[in-house]
Write a protein that binds this ligand. Structure first.
Ligand code: 0O2
Length: 241
């Protein structure tokens, strides 16, 4: 994010709170600017993972309950970022990247039970200092493919240090960085992971019949999730008595 001055250039302030870079700089994934930006997203996802780790511990200690089976995170591959921008007909500059690609940092939370998902959603909604940008409940409203899960886009504050490098004037103290959090049950995760490999990201289309089979399996998984929740609730009530 080298500063370029000139008539047709103007500096922008991402998130209105932090990093200023020139909006016209074309994205070059091998440049230092790109790596720096990715490292900022990495920091944001670490923060989300740490928060979730704390929640997991607290539920274990206080309620003796395991509401998170596991978490994973990833920074979107540079190629995938550019492909997504092209798909959205966006000019390949940093402004468009930061403003329109919401899942560069992605955290996935896999829960044992469906109810756990909503517990975690409530917790995330109430984290002080985080901004909730949007929520999509694909559990109540599954996608046409059958995909279900709960998605949130949050902005988390990331502290930036310029490491004494004076010319990096674009680095300020704190910026808000978007992270996409996908929350699923173990059963939904099984479906989505396999469907992702077989259909969602492949150019070869599955046959109509096989696509319909996958949709049916998503519905079956949804029923199984509900039945497990029911049994689990009964078990929890019995434990209290
Ligand atoms: P990848 O490879 O998982 O990263 P957006 O993608 O944010 O511009 P959209 O479509 O409104 O816009 O986002 P949405 O639907 O909230 O979330 C998209 C992500 O959800 C996808 O990311 C997938 O991870 C997941 N997803 C959505 N639909 C399906 C589906 O039918 N099957 C599977 N397996 N996953 C799905 P990416 O970037 O598309 O892909």
């Amino acid at each position: 994010m080298k500063k370029i001055s000139g008539n047709n250039c103007r500096d922008i302030d991402f998130s209105e709170k932090g990093i200023t870079i020139n909006e016209l700089i074309p994205i070059k994934i091998k440049d230092e600017e790109f790596s720096l930006l990715m490292s900022i997203y990495e920091k944001a996802s670490i923060q989300v993972l740490q928060m979730l780790g704390g929640v997991q511990k607290e539920y274990n200690n206080i309620f003796n309950k395991n509401i998170i089976n596991h978490t994973t995170s990833r920074i979107k591959e540079p190629k995938s970022i550019l492909n997504k921008m092209k798909k959205k007909n966006l000019e390949l500059n940093y402004k468009n990247l930061v403003e329109n690609i919401n899942d560069i940092a992605g955290v996935r939370v896999v829960c044992p039970m469906k109810d756990d998902i909503y517990t975690i959603v409530k917790i995330i909604e109430n984290v002080p200092n985080w901004n909730l940008i949007c929520e999509k409940d694909y559990i109540k409203n599954p996608k046409k493919s059958g995909y279900s899960g709960y998605h949130l886009i949050v902005e988390v504050p990331v502290k930036i240090t310029s490491e004494g490098n004076e010319d990096k004037a674009y680095l300020k103290n704190q910026i808000f960085v978007k992270v996409e959090i996908q929350i699923r049950t173990m059963a939904m995760d099984f479906w989505a992971t396999n469907e992702h490999k077989m259909k969602y990201k492949t150019s070869k289309n599955l046959s109509f019949i096989d696509s319909n089979r996958l949709k049916l399996y998503a519905r079956i998984i949804n029923v199984i999730d509900d039945r497990f929740s029911k049994i689990n609730k009964k078990r929890e009530i019995n434990e209290l008595i």
